[in-house]
Design a protein around this ligand. Structure first.
Ligand SMILES: Nc1ncnc2c1ncn2[C@@H]1O[C@H](COP(=O)(O)OP(=O)(O)OP(=O)(O)O)[C@@H](O)[C@H]1O
Ligand SMILES: [Mg+2]
Length: 330
């Protein structure tokens, strides 16, 4: 097997009754970016800490390039880490922050200067090397943190919600930048995020964690378009989860529910092209050019997102239609 980063059966226990990570295994090929996604407390940061060597797992192994790292101390793993809050040294300048890991590794002075200059260029902070980090904007600090992590030429890059402190536009710009750098250097990267759109934009592979276990592992397309179970479907934002007359549970996105005015009658009809059912509009609010509706249909409530300008009102009788191919079997 030629996977580069390999976790086998990692368990992290805090006390006898609680495992923050509970039997986690995955393999990541060299140069690939894996997103760890999941709700608060599911074990993302704990997993990164295990990979980085800040936390010894209760059991299981971590290997890089075929070498068992489980007992290797953090400073000998050559991993670059960007923490959620960046954890920069506020009393040091930008350049000194970036040089920090190189000094620890006893790199000669001139080589450090050269590397720091390259890193400043890379993250587009060429003229700010002398600034104290306390005098930088959030986006600039984020770049310093990234430059510091990259300066040591890490074998694995670990990013814990690195963009979470940035405003929406800068966040989009920085994630593109990050992806560019990651690809340029072929960096094997584990990227923790809450943000699905961000995950979708950068990931080669995705793992969705829940309570320390993997719910689903796959490409972002697989996770977002083909959720394997109810937890994943809810997490990736499928608004509608319901049972077909034959008892099978399916998920469908609000934008994949078509709506027509007029009654269909009671009940639900499932045939070759899809599912049709009648309902009553409970709530209608404008969203973009279309309307977001809540429709009561029998026992179930459906979210529907229309894209046309048709006006809908509370109490209106409607027919909902969902195409077979948009119904995801859970
Ligand atoms: N030192 C500790 N002692 C006891 N429990 C801990 C400790 N560190 C973390 N935990 C618990 O382990 C679980 C996983 O924590 P972790 O920090 O990995 O979550 P996370 O997925 O990173 O969440 P978030 O998205 O909020 O950052 C949580 O329930 C947390 O309370
Ligand atoms: Mg965390």
């Amino acid at each position: 097997m030629n996977s580069y980063l390999s976790l086998q059966n990692i368990v992290v226990r805090y006390g006898p009754a609680f495992a923050a990570v509970n039997g986690l295994s995955f393999q990541l090929d060299e140069g690939k970016l894996l997103c760890l996604l999941g709700p608060s407390g599911c074990g993302k940061t704990t997993t990164l800490r295990v990979i980085a060597g800040f936390l010894r797992p209760t059991s299981g192994t971590v290997a890089v390039a075929g070498k068992d790292f489980t007992r290797t101390p953090a400073h000998k793993r050559n991993m670059g880490l960007v923490f959620q809050n960046y954890a920069l040294f506020p009393h040091l300048s930008v350049s000194e922050n970036i040089a920090f890991g190189l000094r620890m590794r006893k790199m000669p002075g001139p080589a450090i200067e050269k590397r720091v200059r390259e890193m400043l260029e890379l993250v587009d902070l060429g003229n700010l090397g002398g600034r104290m980090v306390a005098q930088l904007s959030g986006g600039q600090q984020q770049r310093v943190a990234l430059a510091r992590a990259l300066a040591i030429q890490p074998s694995v890059l670990l990013l814990d919600e690195p963009l979470s402190n940035l405003d929406a536009l800068l966040r989009i710009r920085m994630r593109a930048e990050l992806k560019r750098i990651q690809q340029q250097f072929g960096l094997t990267t584990v990227f923790v995020t809450h943000d699905q759109e961000e995950c979708f934009a950068v990931a080669d592979e995705v793992i969705l964690l829940n309570a320390g276990r993997i719910e689903q592992k796959g490409t972002s397309r697989e996770i977002f378009d083909r959720p394997a179970n109810r937890f994943v479907a809810e997490f990736v934002g499928f608004e509608n989860i319901f049972r077909l007359p034959d008892g099978r549970e399916v998920a469908v996105r609000a934008e994949d529910v078509a709506l027509e005015k007029g009654t269909f009658g009671a009940g639900i009809r499932f045939d070759g092209d899809g599912v049709r059912l009648g309902g009553v509009v409970e709530l209608a609010t404008r969203k973009g050019r279309g309307t977001l509706l809540l429709v009561q249909a029998g026992e179930a409530e459906f979210h529907v997102l229309t894209r046309d300008e048709t006006v809908h009102e509370r109490g209106e009788q409607v027919t909902l239609f969902m195409m077979q191919r948009n119904l995801i079997l859970l």
